[in-house]
Design a protein around this ligand. Structure first.
Ligand SMILES: Nc1ncnc2c1ncn2[C@@H]1O[C@H](COP(=O)(O)OP(=O)(O)OP(=O)(O)O)[C@@H](O)[C@H]1O
Ligand SMILES: [Mg+2]
Length: 508
């Protein structure tokens, strides 16, 4: 399909803008950015969209001095701009906010904000000044928080807010947000979008990257779309019909709608009775039938991940029991769960999921090495065969033979799924299965989940995207503050009902 020529995005090198012209970047002979030119003006939000692997993070990393382009040029408020390190970029006023939040839990909010550059006077840390300046940065963003308290225990959204405060405490003129909302709920995302609006109104130029197109439409004054490393379309407004954005991303017409899963059978596969762990969750009891998809909804911090980690043998629990096919499973470690047929795809693809230094093919085969190989040895050709199959099935873009760190975020997510689905489990637990995944890949993942369920697998899906939980599940379990509030049938489970149950109850 022919794509309209991109509307020229002027390189306003003479006005207040961060601009790049003809940026090119290749990795090992593969060109991932192909002559990209764009600019974001001061006091404007530029939405940057594109499929997984389109080049969004690479472009942001270049703007923020983390990656050096092969060719092309950049200007910052009309002057030549060639950052050679993130520090250099920050000094010039360009900050990048990553998707992954990296705070030190034991340190205070203010210490985290000033990490690596604590203000000193007379050779000592000037704590009073640090706290004062941290408080000021938080106030600008409307975050009501004591800068002296430790970061430990704060919600993801609040930590994201501190991350933003950290960036703005350096008074940047341009801030790039690379999928800041991937791990946030809708309510929390609204807060982040509000904070971006504050920055914009103060004259900061913002680049906003997200796979959630509604957010981009809401926050951006201009939108550009990358496809396969090329800038394929630009819009001079944020109010672009969603279908147009999707078409530009995937290069064809695309409809995205949920359809009801096939009916589940009556036979119970997974049963959880009275599961509890002190200070984490309690009273969790539910069952999942053969072919059934049970969604678990709730706000960040409601205890959803804790519960499924316990069921998967990753964390312990104090009370209750877990049964598979009517038999109580002793769950001391993850291998116990796997032996009982329970497999969990964790939410954190970096920490618990993938060995980023190893190839994706190896990652996919690691858990199965013992069972796949003759006398415990998996041959290279077998690894290659399994990997090739996963690649087609999960539509993984990028080489599976290079270390996984070289894949885009969304494609890493697909590798993670592929890894746990080499063998069909009895019970499949998915924690945030589509985090950071583009629309096309999302559809593919939903299809896979429905297909697995239809083949008899009992599926549990934890997701912060309400639409995802409601669209996929036969029934929805809602948690709030570590407690199970209710289990709703698909017909009852609309977003309003779920949200009402999910918001924490005033403790009586
Ligand atoms: N360090 C690296 N080594 C090799 N290839 C890389 C490296 N970093 C990125 N790539 C490749 O560059 C391409 C663009 O990746 P990038 O991370 O910019 O995509 P993205 O648009 O941010 O995708 P996502 O939405 O999944 O985050 C991908 O094909 C990726 O595999
Ligand atoms: Mg990315």
């Amino acid at each position: 399909m022919a794509v309209d020529d991109p509307a020229p995005v002027s390189s306003r090198s003479d006005s207040r803008a961060l601009a790049c012209t003809d940026l090119v970047k290749s990795y090992a002979g593969v060109t991932v950015l192909k002559s990209v030119s764009l600019s974001v003006a001061a006091g404007e939000v530029l939405g940057l969209i594109g499929e997984n692997g389109a080049g969004k993070s690479t472009l942001s990393s270049i703007l923020a001095g983390i990656v050096i382009p092969d060719s092309g040029s950049m200007t910052l408020d009309g002057e030549a701009y060639r950052p050679h390190s993130p520090h250099d970029a920050l000094e010039r006023g360009v900050a990048l906010i990553h998707q992954e939040i990296r705070m030190v839990p034991a340190l205070s909010v203010a210490e985290n904000i000033f990490l690596g550059r604590l203000p000193t006077s007379g050779g000592r840390v000037d704590t009073a000044r640090m706290n004062r300046e941290a408080a000021a940065a938080l106030e600008v963003l409307g975050i009501d928080l004591d800068p002296r308290r430790p970061v430990r225990g704060l919600s993801m959204a609040t930590q994201q807010g501190i991350e933003i405060a950290k960036a703005i405490s350096r008074k940047p003129r341009y801030v790039i947000f690379d999928e800041p909302s991937a791990s946030l709920t809708a309510h929390e995302t609204d807060k982040v979008l509000g904070r971006i609006e504050v920055l914009r109104s103060q004259g900061v130029g913002v680049v906003y990257i997200s796979h959630r197109l509604e957010e981009v439409r809401e926050v951006a004054q201009q939108i550009v779309c990358l496809r396969d490393g090329r800038l394929v379309q630009a819009w001079q407004s944020g109010r672009v019909p969603q279908d147009d954005l999707v078409r530009a991303m995937v290069g064809r017409d695309f409809t995205f709608e949920h359809h009801a899963p096939e009916p589940a059978r009556d036979r119970v596969v997974l049963e959880v009775r009275g599961l509890a762990r002190a200070d984490a969750f309690e009273g969790v009891s539910f069952s999942v039938g053969e072919g059934e998809i049970l969604g678990i909804a709730g706000l960040v911090g409601a205890g959803r991940t804790e519960v499924v980690r316990a069921i998967a043998g990753v964390d312990r629990f104090d009370r209750g029991e877990v049964l598979v096919d009517g038999e109580v499973v002793s769950l001391k470690r993850p291998t116990d769960a796997i032996a009982a047929g329970i497999v969990m795809v964790p939410e954190d693809r970096k920490g618990q999921g993938l060995l980023l230094g190893r190839s994706s093919a190896e990652n996919i085969c690691t858990p199965w090495e013992k069972s796949l190989g003759r006398r415990g040895l998996v041959t290279r050709s077998k690894i290659a065969r399994i990997a090739a199959k996963s690649r087609t099935e999960f539509d993984i873009r990028g080489s599976l033979d290079i270390p996984s760190v070289g894949l885009s975020g969304g494609n890493q997510q697909k590798v993670l799924l592929a890894k746990w689905l080499v063998r069909t489990p009895k019970v499949l637990i998915l924690d945030e299965p589509t985090r950071g995944v583009d629309v096309g890949a999302k559809m593919a993942i939903y299809e896979i989940v429905r297909r697995l369920a239809a083949s008899g697998v009992a599926v549990v899906v934890v997701s912060s995207e309400l639409e995802e939980v409601l669209g996929l599940s036969h029934r929805v379990l809602v948690m709030s503050g570590g407690r199970q509030r209710d289990v709703l049938d698909r017909a009852q489970a609309d977003s309003e009902t779920v949200m009402q149950l999910a918001v924490p109850q005033a403790s009586s």
